[in-house]
Design a protein around this ligand. Structure first.
Ligand code: F3S
Length: 107
């Protein structure tokens, strides 16, 4: 099992999640973060840190977000390890809660 970053992170990327991860399993892309499923220890401390409520335990993912299990796994090798939070993306608050953001995911 692992935790998974889901769609609402796209175009927000608040990065609060990164600071609490004890195993540095977050990977950063241009407008989205993923969790390395091989490194995640399922501690769940990142879940309440995300202002966008984008992080779920794999078994708790809403049905329409299940594709993000594969997306997190697929992007882990190409995204860069991030261990410190930074400023969210510009307009993050405007994008928080918007639907159909997968089309904007930059890989
Ligand atoms: Fe994304 Fe939430 Fe982390 S918006 S970068 S999963 S704090």
């Amino acid at each position: 099992m692992t935790h998974v970053v889901s769609e609402n992170c796209i175009k927000c990327k608040y990065t609060d999640c990164v600071d609490v991860c004890p195993v540095d399993c977050f990977k950063e892309g241009p407008n989205f973060l993923v969790i390395d499923p091989d490194e995640c220890i399922d501690c769940a401390v990142c879940v309440p840190e995300c202002p966008a409520d984008a992080i779920f335990a794999e078994e708790d993912l809403p049905a329409d977000q299940e594709q993000f299990i594969q997306i997190n796994a697929d992007l882990t090798p190409t995204f860069t390890t991030i261990t410190r939070s930074h400023e969210p993306l510009e307009d993050a608050d405007d994008w928080n809660g918007k639907t159909d953001k997968l089309q904007y995911l930059e890989r």
